[in-house]
Design a protein around this ligand. Structure first.
Ligand code: NAD
Length: 501
């Protein structure tokens, strides 16, 4: 069934734009939705609309906004199956994983509905008498949120839910190839009773989005940018925000390492490497990039890993499969380019590479053994079903290898030695560290985010994301009836510093 959808600004459809079709990657001839892609002026108009609506929204008491978040959670939960089916249809994510993705939105709402009754500020002691100090969390204003489509509903909810709860208005620009899933999520948010203009959805391509964002930042109608996507685009969005003295929350790509120590439970490590390397066809930001395995267990690990990969089911994402098709043609083309990075010194396992026979964008799983630290496959994100393997001799060397690509999103170590686990945690540059668990699998109340090429240190989820969507305001209230000057009119208690026992 082809859906016809449009951007929605101020509660009204905005049907202008150039036509785009979002297709089913399992059957690319099937159009899931048609959508007009907006121009830059439309994006900027949405930001002006949001700025006008935000003032009233910020006046709604935070506990009442929390009730709206509660309603969003209930609506999403009640529509779980239809939203998950749509995600599977539009981006080919296996249905079981799509259900998990929808669950994550509900978890996020569950966490933030209560935050409406907290959003704590502080009372702080003053250095002078008869004076009180306070801090308040103030909404930033309008958040422009630009997202990738590999998690077309869960990852956007990590922005939308806390941003709205904190009293901001939002302009959301989802990935084109996940337009129908995004539009469905928008409708669930709107059904919860958000006033018109508080949440707006704009479908646009990257170039128009950049131009529209530049215009909106110049007009002063955007006060925070949330960007989830590739490191290359994140860099230019970050530069743009910097030029306008606005901060961006950048959640970017990953080259996530998994270290397998000689004392590791190898079967457990293989299970983790299978799920994080090939789940969602290797198209998660937290997907496993390179297994860094101790030389003593390298051969045995590779033997068991390849066996597990060979046994894995790949196919119709509505069935019980490890992975389905790649997200979209764009990703299939890019993935074919990554395959050209394989070099003669590599050993490619288990056998065939490239696209499988048939219409769908299905690709063979590839394990590349013998990867060296200067190889492109080692250094760059390879979004797709390909995992590199390299050997190490000491933990220090493993940590150096884990950090070498310069990303820093997720990481993992398999070991039964607590010392190794804690040394790895302290040495690895990643924002997230798993011990005896794969590189994938975020929980809605733990900070999520990366460093280096994976992001600018911002964190989503849990209480940590509140610092993205509020700014601290400090207030001092002097009731002494006179001007008391900080640092100058402060009582001095004289110690006897010459005192000795
Ligand atoms: P992308 O950077 O091409 O696109 C992301 C979004 O930005 C899309 O909505 C796109 O239309 C928009 N965009 C593209 N060019 C733009 C520009 N010049 N200005 C403004 N917006 C622009 O990313 P993608 O290929 O769609 O997604 C995959 C990437 O996203 C991978 O690198 C993956 O690791 C990353 N990702 C990161 C996280 C995270 O939380 N760290 C989560 C999911 C995906």
């Amino acid at each position: 069934m082809t859906r016809q959808i449009t951007s929605v600004i101020g509660g009204k459809n905005a049907p202008e734009g150039s036509p785009y079709s979002s297709t089913n990657p399992a059957r690319p001839s099937e159009v899931v939705a048609t959508v007009p892609l907006a121009d830059a002026a439309t994006f900027a108009r949405a930001c002006r609309t949001a700025a006008a609506a935000q003032k009233e929204w910020a006046r709604v008491p935070a506990p009442v906004r929390g009730r709206v978040i509660a309603s969003i959670g209930r609506l999403v939960e009640a529509n779980t199956e239809s939203l998950a089916r749509l995600v599977t249809e539009e981006i080919g994510k296996p249905y079981a994983e799509a259900l998990g993705e929808v669950r994550e939105i509900v978890d996020t709402c569950d966490f933030f509905l209560g935050e409406g009754r907290r959003l704590y500020g502080q009372t702080v002691p003053s250095e002078m008498p008869d004076k009180n100090l306070f801090t308040f969390r103030v909404p930033v204003g309008v958040a422009a949120v630009i997202t990738a489509g590999n998690f077309p509903v869960a990852v956007p909810s990590w922005y939308l839910v806390p941003a709205l709860l904190c009293g901001n208005a939002v302009v959301w620009k989802p990935a084109e190839y996940a337009a129908a899933s995004a539009h469905a999520l928008y409708r669930l948010f709107a059904a919860a009773g958000l006033p018109d203009g508080v949440l707006n959805i704009v479908f646009a391509d990257g170039a128009r989005t950049y131009e529209g964002l530049d215009q909106a930042l110049s007009e002063g109608t955007v006060h925070k940018v949330g960007f989830t996507g590739s490191s290359a685009v994140g860099r230019s969005v970050g530069e743009l925000c910097g030029r306008h003295l606005q901060s961006a929350c950048l959640e970017l790509g990953g080259k996530n390492p998994m270290v397998v120590m000689p004392d590791a439970d190898l079967d457990l490590a293989v299970e983790g490497a299978l799920f994080s390397g090939f789940g969602t066809a290797g198209q998660r930001c937290t997907s496993l990039g390179t297994v860094i395995v101790h030389r003593d267990v390298h051969d045995e690990f590779v033997r068991r890993y390849v066996q597990a990969v060979q046994a894995a089911k790949i196919g119709d994402p509505n069935g019980d499969v490890l992975y389905g098709p790649l997200l979209d043609h764009k990703f299939a083309e890019r993935y074919e380019e990554y395959l050209t990075w394989v070099q003669p010194h590599h050993t490619v396992l288990p056998g065939p590479t490239g696209r499988m026979d048939g219409e769908g964008l299905y690709y063979h799983p590839v394990v590349v053994d013998g990867v060296r630290p200067d190889d492109r496959i080692f250094l760059e994100e390879t979004f797709g079903p390909i995992v590199g393997v390299t050997a190490f001799d000491s933990l220090d060397e493993a940590i150096e290898l884990a950090n070498r690509p310069g990303y820093g999103l997720s990481s993992s170590i398999y070991t039964t030695d607590p010392k190794a686990a804690f040394r790895f945690r302290a040495g690895v540059s990643a924002g997230m560290v798993s011990v005896n668990n794969s590189t994938s699998g975020a929980e809605a109340h733990l900070p999520f985010g990366g460093n280096g090429k994976s992001g600018n240190g911002s964190r989503q989820s849990g209480v940590w994301v509140l610092d993205q969507f509020t700014r601290w305001q400090a207030m001092n209230w002097d009731y002494s009836g006179k001007l008391q000057k900080a640092q100058m009119d402060v009582a001095d208690i004289t110690p006897d510093l010459a005192f000795r026992l």
